[in-house]
Design a protein around this ligand. Structure first.
Ligand SMILES: Cc1ncc(COP(=O)(O)O)c(C=O)c1O
Length: 428
């Protein structure tokens, strides 16, 4: 491992403003009495890319890190010619997290979930004895599995068995990565239940999702990459959302950049996109309140089955919580868009034609939203627009062959916790 002085930061309860020490893996304010995200407050208030550190850790000053890991890559931002011209935008910048060496993008797991994996795992102390537990339906699982394998960090990844096709790898994974699947017919929430039951044992530690400042500030590097290239805070930001964590993260880094003062004082409009008919965030936003729209588990599962961008089907996004997506969109005067499956397909093909590489369906959903925003006059020809192209290049990354990681265990989420714990314990 490389020598690295941990990043200096404190945590702030967004609802109350109370600032406190991170005594290790804190996901909320122990003294907070209403639901709120906590946010990292970095000692270095100036945006200071670190040219002495490799890959993603270029942005280590604004990630809550104890250590840095091997083989990371940063998102890549460039001025779009093809898509920009097609949409009539003079200042469209694409921030791509995926695989396309010709534009300098080298994230082999092909999505911005790699940024969160390197940040979350870097937040864990080397002395940490507990085993990390992550639940995922796709790209997050692939990113954490690869990064843990490369850096020999033990992890249990809980997935629905039906998402197994997302667990492709170009190299054999290290045995420290264990995959536990909820059987055929189960969804992401069943995988979450498995992980929650496992974490009832003190040997395991839950990653924490959007509540983990490291996850958000890893994803927030997409904006840092954009601002380093553009030289200023964009006017508008487009991202496809399931939880909205990446969009919250971008807004938080926007606030830090305003405080820095050298990159402008504007809040970029946070424009988010969902794939119809799964429209939970869209419906909640259009209803105009902090309250999340109603959705039964059956509706959620059904709509998730229909959409192409499966990763955008989170049923419990951090929407209304203080410091969450509603706040990010309201504060920045953003908006939400719905993109049909047909439009997602269209933009996968058009983007390949205009930019020269393939996007994942989720990222193509954001392109569909950008096109709609141009049509509706919500962004202008001269506006500086950042498109967060959150994943792609998988055709190229997989072209030299790949294999699937089989689950180490298939366990019903209905099993009692002690049985799940005993079976997973036996894997290590
Ligand atoms: C490629 C891709 N884009 C977008 C998203 C949505 O991310 P967020 O968690 O910010 O909603 C995901 C989530 O898994 C994803 O994999």
């Amino acid at each position: 491992m490389l020598k690295f002085k941990p990043t200096e930061y404190k945590l702030m309860n967004v609802a109350t403003g109370r600032v406190f020490e991170d005594r290790g893996w804190m996901l909320s304010d122990p003294e907070g009495d209403s639901p709120s995200l906590v946010r990292a407050v970095y000692a270095n208030r100036k945006f200071t890319p670190r040219s002495d550190l490799r890959g993603l850790y270029r942005y280590a000053e604004w990630m809550p890190l104890q250590r840095v890991l091997k083989h990371s890559h940063a998102p890549v931002t460039y001025h779009s010619k093809g898509l920009g011209k097609f949409l009539g935008l003079d200042n469209l910048y694409i921030t791509f997290s995926g695989w396309c060496p010709k534009v300098g993008a080298q994230m082999a797991t092909c999505s911005f979930k790699e940024t969160e994996a390197y940040s979350v795992l870097g937040r864990m102390s080397r002395k940490e004895k507990r085993i990390l537990v992550v639940q995922s339906a796709g790209n997050t699982a692939r990113a954490f599995a690869q990064v843990c394998s490369d850096n020999e960090i033990p992890i249990v990844i809980c997935i629905p068995e039906d998402s197994q096709h997302d667990l492709w790898f170009t190299r054999k994974l290290h045995s420290c990565v264990k995959l536990v699947a909820a059987p055929h017919g189960c969804d992401y929430y069943d995988a979450i239940t498995l992980g929650e039951k496992l974490c009832q044992d003190g040997r395991y530690i839950a990653e924490g999702g959007a509540k983990n400042v490291a996850r958000r500030d890893g994803m927030g590097t997409t904006l840092l990459s954009a601002v380093e290239t553009i030289g200023r805070i964009p006017d508008a930001y487009f991202q496809a959302v399931g939880s909205g964590t990446g969009a919250i993260a971008a807004w938080e880094n926007n606030l830090r950049l305003i405080e820095d003062g050298r990159f402008g004082s504007n809040k970029m409009k946070i424009f988010v996109a969902q794939n119809a008919p799964f429209a939970l965030i869209y419906d909640s936003w259009k209803a105009g309140t902090r309250q999340m729209a109603a959705m039964t588990p059956e509706e959620g599962r059904h709509q998730a089955e229909i959409i192409l961008a499966k990763v955008l089907s989170n049923r419990k996004p951090p929407y209304g919580i203080a410091g969450g997506l509603f706040d990010a969109m309201s504060d920045s005067k953003g908006d939400a868009f719905l993109v049909s499956n047909d439009a997602v397909m269209y933009w996968i093909l058009m983007y390949r034609n205009l930019e020269g590489y393939d996007l994942l369906p989720a990222a193509a959903t954001a392109v569909g939203a950008l096109a709609a925003a141009v049509r509706e006059g919500k962004v202008g020809k001269q506006d500086v627009v950042m498109l967060n192209a959150t994943g792609g290049g998988s055709l190229g990354a997989m072209s030299k062959g790949f294999s699937f990681k089989e689950p180490d265990l298939v366990l019903s989420p209905d099993l009692p916790a002690d049985e799940i714990i005993a079976k997973v314990d036996a894997l290590f």
